[in-house]
Design a protein around this ligand. Structure first.
Ligand code: SF4
Ligand code: SF4
Length: 382
């Protein structure tokens, strides 16, 4: 298992992590079995968004005696009413559901208290100008949550939340299909076939800017909807008309800036196993670019997707990393200190490029790498 630091929280989380909604309607024994399997394979990070009391209690039982082995991301503003999960902004209901959550999970704190699902700008203002953010800050001050998080599908609203400086962790929907879509607060549009009827080119700039902002400011991203609700795994349902594997979807998300972990929704050992396959997968098995390259309708031409296909460089340069650090630096007048440091510790730098062009013949997205290395060398000074 690879462990990554979740931004400024400093938490070391497993890159492959568990979304727990799939454990709904499973018995306590089945949930415990899944937690045993996950733990024995190095998974230490779980997201529990559902307010279903039976599910939470089964997870609480599965955590018994090993609470400290897991970093728990629970959600604020989810309640259980009339036998179903609902999102709320009602302060009293939020507080009651939070107290019930701690009890059901058999713990006295959540490692991350995630403000649930803020997609619309007016909802953002209601949360951040109102009682919900005050409640989250109070819980943090009391040690009942260690860090404040926020989940969203809208890159513009997520960016507004990150810019408040109050959010340490962002849970965001990332996969190569959604990354093509413009910002919006209609989450259904991310799935809708009509959203993919027109040709689309390159990652949406709001999404790209969001990931880069998180990386620069130390807001750790954990990813939801990595398989696009399963559609990306099926050639029939995928907007691309070609299937990706679980390993390739996970690799795509984990190579976006700022991303520390992918919360894979699993219901049993077999689905956890499919996600864990990422850990031992070869470069070819992780290679999402081979699926995304050469499409007519959807293209990423001239845009570095950090796929690493261009390796090996004749001068030993890690081209994908140089491109990433350049993009992180390009948007700012001053190069952020962390980016400058990450660039510094690379074994080889852009100025070492000898212009052989070998990498460009291997790039499936037609990136002009020699020029990109020159730009990076000028920006960083070597
Ligand atoms: S330059 Fe091309 S091959 Fe290299 S990481 Fe970027 S997109 Fe991939
Ligand atoms: S052109 Fe530059 S970056 Fe590309 S392989 Fe040659 S030395 Fe490496």
């Amino acid at each position: 298992m690879e462990y990554r630091v979740l931004g400024r929280t400093g938490l070391r989380v497993s890159a492959v992590a568990l979304g727990c909604e799939g454990f709904m309607h499973r018995t306590a024994g089945e949930v415990k079995d899944s937690f045993d399997f996950a733990a024995s394979n190095g998974i230490n990070f779980v997201d529990i968004y559902s307010s279903n009391p039976e599910l939470r209690s089964n997870i609480g039982a599965a955590l018994e005696g090993r609470r400290e082995d897991f970093i728990i991301q629970g959600h604020l503003c989810t309640v259980w009413e009339d036998g179903q999960y609902l999102r709320t902004r009602d302060p009293e209901k939020t507080a009651a559901s939070f107290a019930a959550q701690l009890k059901q999970l058999r713990t006295d704190h959540l490692d991350i208290g995630m403000i649930h699902y803020v997609d619309a700008e007016d909802d953002f203002h209601a949360v951040f100008d109102g009682e919900i953010i005050r409640f989250a800050r109070r819980l943090k001050a009391e040690g009942k949550i260690r860090h404040i998080g926020l989940s969203s599908h809208n890159p513009v609203v997520a960016r507004m939340a990150v810019e408040t400086g109050l959010v340490d962790v962002l849970m965001f929907s990332i996969n190569p299909c959604y990354d093509l879509q413009p910002a919006g607060d209609d989450v259904e549009a991310l799935w809708a076939p009509e959203s993919y009827a027109e040709a689309k080119h390159n990652i949406d700039p709001d999404r790209e800017r969001l990931y880069e902002l998180c990386e620069r400011t130390g807001v750790g991203i954990d990813v939801m909807k990595v398989y696009g609700g399963g559609d990306l795994l099926s050639g029939e349902n995928s907007p691309f008309g070609r299937p990706l594997t679980p390993v390739r979807c996970i690799e795509y998300a984990l190579t976006r800036p700022g991303v520390a972990a992918v919360m894979v929704g699993c219901k049993d050992r077999a689905e956890i196993r499919a996600a864990l396959d990422w850990c031992d997968a070869s470069a070819a098995q992780r290679d999402y670019a081979s699926v995304m390259a050469g499409m007519e309708k959807f293209t990423w031409k001239g845009h570095c997707m950090y796929c690493g296909h261009c390796a090996p460089c004749s001068a030993g340069i890690d081209i994908a990393s140089v491109n990433k650090f350049y993009n992180l630096a390009a948007a700012k007048d001053e190069i952020p200190e962390t980016v400058r440091e990450h660039y510094r510790v690379l074994a080889h730098h852009a100025s070492e490029c000898v212009g052989c062009g070998n990498c460009e013949t291997r790039c499936p997205f037609g990136v002009e790498i020699v020029s990109a290395m020159q730009r990076a060398a000028e920006r960083f000074g070597y």
